[in-house]
Design a binder for this molecule. Structure first.
Ligand SMILES: Cc1cc2nc3c(=O)[nH]c(=O)nc-3n(C[C@H](O)[C@H](O)[C@H](O)COP(=O)(O)O)c2cc1C
Length: 416
């Protein structure tokens, strides 16, 4: 895909430091550099020593118009020799590069480089520059799917996300090793879109929004669980709409099969209690509870699988925490939006729920409808707040999400 897919270009005169590490997908970076420059960005490139095995510094140097380095000490020497060749005059040492960048994009990011950045190592030019920089960091992992799914890699990724690093991808598909799975470097167009989004200004620019989405799973034994029909489509559409409005979005999601929007921080959970901890950790300035959270969990989950028998099986359930209510009852609560899925008396139940939980807004829908709601691509909502109501007529969840976010934005401003 091409740069044209970026709707609005916010990259003009932005300083992008592209850090390439040693994965096979490094062969795609010359094209990325070309597209970034075409979008008006200023681009400098640094590489790990291994990256040079996959793409030549010369190609990147010619395309970026600046020297490309991978050796910390070679760069230092080049930066200190003002009388050299004209191109070398534009050499900066690693500290200058770290200060120069508005954003640092590591693409492709190897498992090794991800580990080093997570641990704060500084044993080569790439890692030292990263550690020395206060610029926003974006990481686009690319590796074999076992390497990606390895517990060590996942822990490093979680740690980086908690520090505010944006993780872009990886995508699923055919990998260089011949396997099919998660681990592909996302397309260049996705990287451009993520960078573009990073610099975009919107009505919710800088506002932190936490959105919960999808179902929860309450284990019955090691292999079975209680869950519900929520697909997560509405929550994910809201995350995308909020992000388009410039918000910093944290999506706390139960198990679903949707790819999250690029640049959104995804926190994957299973049970209601896990969702509760993830939301309470940071419920943002706006919290939208879109997840279909189980009301109960099994009081005691057996360690072994429950054996089939002919007698009646009774499961004892205990209530789960009320995430929405707890968020709204915090000392300084965020602007809190709840969802009510009802099968009858929509308005009455929705208004009751809003009052009972002390929330600011509620979006209610009838789940019995054949054309909308749970697991459908369409929805219709009645949205209530303290002194207003709005009917969002049947439309795609994408459109409904945009309309709802615009109502949330308006009410958030009036209550600020
Ligand atoms: C042919 C080949 C392809 C490789 N592709 C990847 C890859 O896609 N992702 C990855 O994490 N490591 C990959 N590696 C391993 C890295 O090159 C290796 O871990 C190296 O130490 C990474 O160093 P760096 O992170 O400093 O660039 C590959 C190695 C070889 C020999």
């Amino acid at each position: 895909m091409s740069v044209k897919n970026v709707v609005t270009n916010h990259l003009t005169n932005r300083r992008v430091l592209l850090a390439i590490s040693g994965g096979i997908a490094a062969y795609k970076t010359p094209e990325l550099v070309r597209q970034l420059i075409k979008s008006g960005a200023e681009v400098r490139v640094i590489m790990s020593a291994s990256a040079g095995q996959f793409v030549t510094p010369l190609t990147l140097q010619v395309l970026s118009g600046h020297p490309v380095y991978s050796d910390l000490f070679e760069l230092e020497q080049a930066a200190e020799q003002p009388d050299h060749h004209e191109q070398q005059n534009s050499a900066m040492n690693h500290i200058e590069l770290a200060r120069w960048a508005d954003v640092i994009l590591i693409a492709p990011a190897t498992a090794n480089t991800i580990t080093k950045i997570a641990q704060g190592m500084a044993d080569d030019l790439l890692s030292t520059t990263l550690l020395a920089s206060t610029a926003a960091i974006m990481i686009a992992p690319a590796m074999n799917s076992q390497m990606w799914l390895a517990e060590a890699t996942q822990k490093n990724i979680t740690q980086l996300q908690q520090r505010g690093t944006t993780i872009i991808g990886p995508a699923s598909g055919e990998l260089a090793c011949g396997e099919i799975g998660e681990g592909r470097l996302v397309e260049n167009s996705v990287l451009l879109q993520a960078l573009n989004h990073h610099f975009s200004e919107g009505p919710l620019s800088g506002v932190q929004i936490t959105i919960s989405a999808g179902p929860t799973r309450e284990p019955i034994d090691p292999v079975r669980y209680i869950s519900n029909r929520s697909s997560g489509k509405m929550g994910y559409a809201l995350a995308e709409a909020a992000q388009r409005m410039g918000a910093d979005v944290r999506l706390v999601s139960g198990p679903v099969s949707i790819t999250p929007p690029v640049g959104v921080t995804l926190i994957q959970v299973e049970s209601a209690r896990e969702m509760h901890s993830a939301v309470m950790e940071n419920s943002g300035e706006i919290f939208i509870a879109c997840a279909a959270v189980a009301d109960y969990h099994l009081s005691e989950v057996p360690v072994q699988k429950i054996k089939k028998s002919n007698s009646v099986l009774t499961l004892t359930l205990s209530p789960n925490p009320d995430i929405l209510k707890e968020v709204a009852q915090q000392a300084t609560p965020p602007f809190t939006v709840g969802f009510a899925a009802e099968t009858e008396n929509l308005e009455k139940h929705a208004l009751n729920k809003m009052a009972q939980k002390g929330i600011d807004m509620i979006a209610a829908n009838l789940v019995g409808d054949v054309d909308s709601g749970f697991d459908h691509d369409h929805n219709r909502l009645s949205v209530y707040w303290r002194d207003g109501v709005s009917q969002l007529e049947l439309a795609s969840k994408k459109i409904i999400a945009e309309q709802l976010m615009s109502l949330v934005h308006k009410q958030f401003l009036t209550q600020k």
